[in-house]
Ligand binder design. Structure first.
Ligand SMILES: CC(=O)N[C@H]1[C@@H](OP(=O)(O)OP(=O)(O)OC[C@H]2O[C@@H](n3ccc(=O)[nH]c3=O)[C@H](O)[C@@H]2O)O[C@H](CO)[C@@H](O)[C@@H]1O
Length: 376
C-alpha cells in the first residue's frame, strides 16, 4: 500500500501524521510512505529525521486583515495556491498513493484538494475542537473528516455524514511506546517529581518570561524542572537565567531548546505547564499527566481555551489565562501541584478518563475503509 501524508507548519499537525506513519510501518513492513510539507514548516526538519521520504511544495497561508498589505499578501497566496495544486497533482501522479491523509496546516490544502480531484481516497484529521480554515475549505472535497473532540460535529452542517470520531493518533503512540525503564532523564531523578514547562512546538514568549520572573524563587524550591523555551528563544532565555543564577549551579533546573524525543520525557514527568495545543492535550490525557494549561490567545476562534476547557471541566487540569500569567501566578500553580501527591493522583485519574488510547488504529481503519470504497 502507498500512503501519502501531509500536514505541517507546527508540531501539532506533524506528530499525528508521524504517529500514523509509524503504526502503518509496524502493521505492514512493505508500506510505502511519502510525506509532503513545506520548506519553512517544522516538518522539513522533523520528518527527514524519521527517515520518511519527504517532498516539499511552496504554499502560504492567508492574512485575515484586509487592508492594502493584507490584500497584496493574499493575492500572492492565491497565486501560490493555484501553482501548488499543479505541483501537488504531479507528486500524486508520480507516487500514485492508495490513500492520502492530511493533518492540517496550509500545505495539506493543495495536496488533499488535488488528491480528491484525482479520485484518490482522501482523509483529513482535525486535532482541535474548532474546524481550522484549511479543513473547512477541504470538507466538501474529501471523503472523510476524522475528529478528536465530539463537540466539533455541530460545526459540520451538511457534511456531517463525512465525519467520524477517531481521537488524535499521537495519543496511542505515546501510550503504547515500548520504552526501557530508566532512572534518570536529562540528568534528573525520575523517582522524584519532575515538572515540564514548554509553550507548544515553537515556544511561547509570555510563558518564557514568566519562568524567568519566577526563577529566583523557583530555583530555591529545589523542584526538578525541564524548561523548553523553543529553538528561537533559547539563547536569549538562557542568558537571562544565567544572569540571575548560573544554570550550572542549579542542576535540578534543566533548559533545552527543543525536545526531539518528547515521548521519553512525557512518560517520566509528574506535572506539565504548557499551552493547550490539541496534540499536547492528547498526550496529557492519555498519559494522565496533571497540568497547568495556559491557552494561547493568538489562535483562531480562541480554540486553545476550548481545548483546555475540556480538561478543566473534568477537573483534570488547572487553567491559567495568559492575562493572569506572571512569575508569581506560575509559581503558585506549580507549588499547588508539586507539593501535593494527592492532588496529582486525583488529576491524573481525571485526565486519563479523557485519553484516546486507540486513536491511531481507529484513524487507520477509516483510511483503509476509504481505500476499499474507492475500489468498489
Ligand atoms: C500557535 C498555534 O497555531 N498553535 C496550534 C498548533 O500548536 P502546536 O504545534 O504548538 O501544537 P500542539 O501543542 O498541539 O503539539 C505540539 C507537539 O510538539 C511536541 N513537542 C513540543 C515541544 C518540544 O520541544 N518537542 C516536542 O516534540 C509536543 O509533544 C506535541 O506533540 O497546532 C495545534 C494542533 O492543531 C493547535 O491546537 C494549536 O493551537
Amino acid at each position: 500500500m502507498r500512503v501519502l501524508l501531509t500536514g505541517g507548519g507546527t508540531g501539532g499537525h506533524i506528530y499525528p501524521a508521524l504517529a500514523v506513519a509509524r503504526r502503518l510501518q509496524e502493521m505492514d513492513s512493505e508500506v510505502e510512505l511519502l510525506y509532503v510539507g513545506t520548506k519553512r514548516g517544522l516538518e522539513s526538519t522533523i520528518v527527514p529525521r524519521e527517515k520518511i521520504p519527504f517532498k516539499t511544495i511552496e504554499v502560504e497561508g492567508f492574512m485575515r486583515s484586509l487592508n492594502f498589505e493584507g490584500i497584496k499578501y493574499n493575492l500572492r497566496s492565491v497565486h501560490l495556491f493555484l501553482k501548488s495544486i499543479s505541483e501537488a497533482k504531479k507528486i500524486i501522479r508520480t507516487f500514485q498513493p492508495d490513500v492520502v491523509l492530511g493533518t492540517g496546516g496550509y500545505v495539506s490544502a493543495p495536496i488533499c484538494y488535488a488528491a480528491s480531484k484525482e479520485g484518490i481516497a482522501t482523509v483529513v484529521h482535525e486535532q482541535n475542537s474548532f474546524l481550522g480554515l484549511t479543513n473547512k475549505f477541504l470538507l466538501r472535497y474529501i471523503d472523510r473528516l476524522a475528529i478528536s473532540f465530539d463537540d466539533i460535529y455541530e460545526q459540520m452542517k451538511k457534511y456531517q455524514e463525512k465525519v467520524v470520531f477517531t481521537g488524535n493518533p499521537r495519543a496511542q503512540e505515546v501510550n503504547s511506546a515500548n520504552l526501557p525503564m530508566i532512572d534518570h532523564v536529562l540528568g534528573l531523578d525520575v523517582t522524584k517529581p519532575i515538572a515540564l514547562i514548554f509553550g507548544g512546538s515553537r515556544g511561547a514568549p509570555k510563558i518564557n518570561q514568566a519562568v524567568v520572573e519566577a526563577y529566583p524563587i523557583l530555583r530555591t524550591r529545589g523542584y526538578q524542572i525541564i524548561f523548553v523555551p523553543g529553538e528561537e528563544h533559547y539563547k536569549k532565555i538562557v542568558k537571562q537565567l544565567n544572569d540571575v543564577s548560573p544554570l550550572a549551579r542549579n542542576p535540578h533546573f534543566v533548559v533545552r531548546p527543543y525536545i526531539d524525543h518528547m515521548i521519553d520525557i512525557l512518560r517520566n514527568v509528574s506535572v506539565i505547564v504548557s499551552r493547550s495545543g490539541a496534540t499536547t492535550i492528547a498526550e496529557i490525557t492519555v498519559l494522565g499527566i496533571p497540568s497547568v494549561l495556559i491557552p494561547s490567545p493568538y489562535v483562531t476562534d480562541d480554540h486553545q481555551t476550548k481545548n483546555a476547557q475540556s480538561l478543566v471541566n473534568n477537573e483534570a487540569a488547572i487553567l491559567l489565562k495568559e492575562d493572569q500569567l506572571s512569575g508569581k501566578s506560575l509559581l503558585s500553580k506549580l507549588d499547588e501541584l508539586m507539593n501535593s501527591v494527592n492532588k496529582r493522583s486525583f488529576m491524573s485519574e481525571r485526565a486519563r478518563e479523557l485519553g484516546q488510547p486507540r486513536a491511531t488504529d481507529q484513524l487507520i481503519q477509516v483510511m483503509l475503509d476509504e481505500v476499499k470504497n474507492k475500489k468498489k
